[in-house]
Design a protein around this ligand. Structure first.
Ligand code: BG6
Length: 516
């Protein structure tokens, strides 16, 4: 098995086939009693097993502090799997799958717990099991350093008869300095090529399709530049607020760090990148990192005030339910200065994108959950068919990539309405995954876990990508929290599409947010 992080790629037939034969390994999950393990990781592994793609002999070892037997651990996982599994829950299949799940009790700081883990892995190998080791760090972030250092001390960071890799969950730092520090600790423990920094947006089927859409279709790439594209919009709307005690984490993070630094900048990179030299992990990531380096820095408070809107929701109604404002949420400081919404006007200073703004917004407690990217092409000269049938202007062609839900791609075009007169109306050419392929897409974590097992790092963030993204974000956070006259915090009622200031950000440029 190739172990340089460059071996596979998602698009070539031969590599796809190689991926299906991912080797068995021992997957150790740190933070195994947490929500992520229960809601995402185990259901993802279960679904991979149902699809017959889980390497036989793969063992899962949950590492966590609480005292539990294998049976109690499995029962807790089963309960959640029943609720959330994409393909439903089949008791017989679960029984078989869960026989390979075990529990290892230890605190993250106790060296003896890691030595015991090593002995356990050695014993599995001695009994004919796999010698490959995959560590998934899904604990609270304050333990990331301890876990990595202890893996090194106990010698678990190498595998005498196989490979050793690490997956690191978000948040990868809280600013550039902490991300650099974490990168140092990771790199002291594992080779960069064995390091998989997860960003689950990269595992979403439609996000992966962006490269195929762009580079496997000749008509789009010809138009994919500032001669033909007027601007790009990316919206990530969520109807949820701070349910389930989430406010404790979120209030220290905010929309910019929680979603923009990682998920949204990754989407920007995929839309804006140049065609890579090849589809290797580094080939793709080299191009993505160039986009991040070309982002115009908002390196003064004025630039932040001009290009970024931050806001908090006030009380309102979402899906018919009355909800409280952000500052009244559980575990949120009543005087909090943390944003639950952010909108940005990004500029990418390179030849392809000069003068094409990328408007990006994300918010909690918006009317619905929807993530989409829209590419707004320049309008045709308004000499022949400018006036629309129902009044208004020709909206121009808009290519919409729906990341979730109803994954698909649509193209807005203008058409003549049937009849003797020339009456023009915008219509849509629509492609839906569900209709075209007749099945639901795998969850992001399914794809990413399989890739890490197979040694394919293409859909994981590289060290320099994470640092470049933080560099950009830090200017904004500094302007908000360190400057003497920070840009104002706007407000929006829960259940609305965000603050008026966000509409103004586009309004100043003569544009509007697309209605989702
Ligand atoms: C997480 C954020 O990374 O992504 C959450 O921490 C957010 O705040 C979530 O809700 C959104 O993910 P998805 O896949 O539901 O769009």
């Amino acid at each position: 098995m190739d172990n340089d992080g460059d071996g596979g790629n998602p698009f070539r037939e031969d590599d796809l086939n190689a991926r299906r034969f991912a080797e068995p390994c021992n997957l150790v999950i740190f933070g195994a009693t947490g929500d992520l393990t229960h809601r995402k990781l185990i259901p993802a592994l279960y679904n991979i097993a149902i699809d017959g793609e889980l390497p036989a002999g793969l063992k899962v070892i949950g590492f966590a502090r609480r005292d539990k037997s294998d049976e109690v651990f499995r029962e807790g996982l089963r309960e959640l799997n029943e609720k959330v599994s994409r393909q439903g829950h089949d008791e017989a299949a679960w029984e078989q799958f869960s026989q390979n799940i075990h529990y290892h009790q230890s605190t993250f700081t106790d060296e003896a717990g890691y030595d015991a883990l090593r002995e356990r892995l050695d014993a599995i190998e001695a009994e004919g099991g796999s010698g490959n080791r995959l560590f998934y760090i899904a604990s609270a972030p304050e333990f990331f350093d301890d876990i990595l250092l202890n893996l090194k001390k106990s010698g678990l960071n190498t595998a005498p008869n196989g490979w050793a890799r690490v997956i690191v969950e978000k948040p990868f730092g809280t600013d550039l300095a902490t991300a650099k520090h974490l990168n140092e600790v990771v790199n002291e423990t594992f080779e960069e090529a064995d390091t998989y920094r997860i960003d689950h947006y990269l595992g979403k089927e439609t996000a992966q399709n962006i490269m195929v859409l762009r580079f496997a279709n000749s008509i789009l790439e010809l138009l994919w530049n500032n001669r033909f594209i007027d601007h790009v919009q990316i919206t990530c709307a969520e109807h949820l607020g701070m349910e389930g005690g989430r406010g404790g984490y979120y209030d220290k993070s905010g929309a910019l760090r929680d979603m923009v630094q990682n998920h949204l900048l990754q989407l920007v990179s995929l839309i804006a990148m140049e065609p890579p030299a090849d589809l290797s992990a580094d080939g793709v990531r080299d191009e993505k990192v160039k986009v991040l380096k070309s982002l115009r820095a908002f390196d003064t408070v004025d630039k932040v005030a001009e290009n970024v809107v931050r806001a908090q929701y006030t009380n309102g109604t979402v899906a018919g339910d009355e909800v409280v404002g952000y500052r009244q949420e559980d575990r949120v400081n009543p005087e909090s200065e943390t944003e639950s919404y952010v909108a940005l006007r990004l500029l990418i200073d390179n030849w392809r994108w000069a003068d094409v703004p990328f408007y990006v917004r994300m918010g909690k407690r918006l009317p619905k959950k929807a993530t989409e990217i829209s590419i707004h092409f320049k309008k045709p000269p308004g000499v022949l068919f400018n006036a629309m049938d129902q009044g208004g202007e020709n909206p121009g062609n808009v290519l919409v990539i729906r990341i979730q839900p109803n994954e698909g791609i649509s193209l807005g075009i203008c058409s003549k309405r049937p009849g003797a007169n020339v009456r023009i109306q915008p219509v849509k050419m629509d492609f839906r995954y569900q209709t075209a392929f007749g099945k639901s897409s795998p969850e992001a974590y399914e794809r990413l876990l399989l890739d890490a097992i197979a040694g394919d790092a293409t859909l994981f963030a590289r060290k320099d990508e994470v640092e470049e993204a933080w560099k950009f974000i830090d200017y904004i956070e500094d302007a908000w929290h360190q400057s003497e006259e920070p840009p104002a915090m706007a407000e929006y009622p829960a259940g609305s599409w965000g603050p008026i200031e966000s509409d103004d950000l586009l309004g100043e440029d003569g544009r509007k947010w697309r209605r989702l």
